[in-house]
Design a protein around this ligand. Structure first.
Ligand code: PMP
Length: 282
């Protein structure tokens, strides 16, 4: 089953209008929320970010957050999702094609779930990344459907046999094509500030909390390629990749090319947090 507006239905009943602005302009927003053992992780934070994205694009959501939360829970329950995720998007709706906003169009919300195991192997072994120029627009803080800059970067990573592309704008490391980037330097975690040049990741904020619990200092400041290449440890965070160590950058190892101790400690804390959420909800 899928969710369309506030109704659950079979996927074959879904009709997408040819002039849906999401389809023609990428005029819409989305979220991906993780489900662990049948429980949503960070649902409130994701829906708050969805509301913010909508506000920044002067879009209205078809209905309020509380009902949306309920409907997403119904969707996960009816599909019996154990370890997986929900993809949710809202477009500005169907209207005759002109660039400016239509006078009247109702936002179109769809959501669907899938089973997706946790990326245990990558979290344990670490991944290889490439670096590439950040060619995206200047509102990367909005989780919009316009993802071509991200798509092209990720493809470049894939072509190089890597899992992620780390994006560089004016010599500064912004984020990954679908993740946030952290480096460890002199016992501190450093990451790009949450301004218009990155998406303020939900997992990024979970990492802030668990770092604090571990008496690890997190500094939000800009850092360059040299800092990245000479870091003690490098990790990426995202809803689907959780906390994943980066062990090679452009083919060169990060230190000894193995996941570092601070990354491992944070991964353990993250695991505990997932279990806590489940014991609260069950
Ligand atoms: N940056 C970008 C560009 C992303 O696409 C994602 C994944 N949504 C993230 C960061 C990480 O965000 P989150 O932790 O909320 O998944």
């Amino acid at each position: 089953m899928i969710l369309v507006q506030d109704k659950l239905m079979e996927q074959k009943e879904l009709h997408i209008g040819m002039e849906d602005r999401g389809y023609q302009f990428g005029d819409g927003i989305y979220e991906v929320i993780r489900i662990y053992n049948g429980c949503f992780f960070g649902m409130d934070e994701h829906l708050t970010r969805l509301e913010r994205s909508a506000r920044e694009l002067q879009m209205s959501l078809p209905y309020a957050k509380d009902l949306l939360k309920k409907r997403l829970e119904d969707l996960a329950a009816v599909n019996n999702v154990k370890d997986g995720q929900v993809y949710l998007q809202v477009t500005r709706g169907v209207a005759e094609r002109t660039h400016h906003f239509p006078d009247h169009a109702d936002g179109v919300l769809i959501a669907y779930t899938k089973e997706a195991p946790r990326p245990y192997q990558k979290m344990a072994d670490g991944i290889g990344v490439i670096t590439t120029e950040d060619i995206r627009w200047l509102r990367c803080d909005i989780k919009s459907l316009n993802l071509l800059g991200n798509v092209l970067s990720k493809q470049k990573a894939k072509d190089a046999g890597c899992d992620e592309a780390i994006l560089i704008r004016d010599g500064i490391v912004t984020e990954g094509s679908s993740s946030n980037v952290f480096i460890v330097k002199e016992g501190e975690l450093v990451t790009h500030p949450a301004d218009n040049l990155i998406l303020n990741g939900i997992t990024r904020n979970v990492l802030f909390k668990i770092a604090e619990e571990s008496q690890l200092n997190v500094v939000e400041k800009k850092f360059g390629m040299d800092d990245l290449l000479n870091a003690d440890e490098v990790m990426i965070t995202s809803t689907t990749m959780e906390i994943t160590p980066v062990v090679t950058i452009d083919g060169k190892p990060v230190q000894d090319g193995k996941p570092g101790p601070i990354t491992k400690r944070l991964q353990e804390k993250f695991n505990l947090r997932i279990h806590e959420v489940q014991s609260v909800e069950n």
